[in-house]
Ligand binder design. Sequence first.
Ligand SMILES: NC(=O)c1ccc[n+]([C@@H]2O[C@H](COP(=O)([O-])OP(=O)(O)OC[C@H]3O[C@@H](n4cnc5c(N)ncnc54)[C@H](OP(=O)(O)O)[C@@H]3O)[C@@H](O)[C@H]2O)c1
Length: 259
Amino acid sequence: MDLGIAGRKAIVCASSRGLGFACAKALAEAHCEVVINGRNEEKLAAAAAELKKATGAKVIPVTADVASPEGQKALFAACPEPDILVNNNAGPPFRDFRELDRQKMLDGVIANMVVAIELIQKAIDPMIARKFGRIVNITSGSVKMPLAGLDLSSGARAGLTAFLAGVARSVAASNVTINFVLPGTFETDRFRSNIEMTAKKKSISYDAAFAERVATVPAKRIGQPDELGTMCAFLCSAQAGYITGQNILIDGGAFQGAF
Ligand SMILES: NC(=O)c1ccc[n+]([C@@H]2O[C@H](COP(=O)([O-])OP(=O)(O)OC[C@H]3O[C@@H](n4cnc5c(N)ncnc54)[C@H](OP(=O)(O)O)[C@@H]3O)[C@@H](O)[C@H]2O)c1
């Protein structure tokens, strides 16, 4: 399927690995120019080389912390007027909510809510002027099905979702859409370190902890990042202009609800 976005410029935040990388790859395959980002310069350069080789697309690596004002400035210096913005960032670590002091809570809200809003503020007016804009926010299945211990992540991301629900409607007439992809369990570095942690805590092997997690998913497998990347690219497509303000769960059926 031709997504109708060849030549469009995209910023994909936090994309040297994992789900962000998969989104960047799917957009590069659709012949977009893609800015990719991460804090580790070496890993980012390797990711950019891999993407260029695999897709032939123009890929611009920007080493920066997406949460910092300087990092955001660097992203927009590389691509001042993106047609596509994919918001992604690391999630807060697993923690009992009693351990969260005020500063930790504020940091979590900044990382998983404020940063995405700041980037949208920077990107949206030129999108409106050009009558084309696609914004996709990677949040989490925990927005719909919160998990104890990931309370800050669930809360900040639910806040982002509600905040942008109104914004999405206010820009829809300009062919600017804002949607959310909600990952369940995907095989990324973050997932692998979670499984290692569980295995250690329960004194079981990595494989046993992996099998326990797989058993909780109706699809009886873990998601592959490219499955999320292609959904993200579709939401960025010309054809998806009538889809906005939506939360798309990609979780192998883990959320047990009809709606
Ligand atoms: N994987 C899952 O199953 C799953 C499920 C639900 C929700 N999620 C959420 O989806 C998001 C992505 O997860 P993932 O599994 O793809 O993570 P990952 O494999 O750990 O990859 C994270 C990526 O983000 C970059 N990054 C992290 N912090 C950054 C920062 N401050 N500035 C710029 N780049 C940054 C990392 O590069 P550097 O370290 O070099 O900066 C890396 O490229 C997270 O918010 C996660 O909570 C994931």
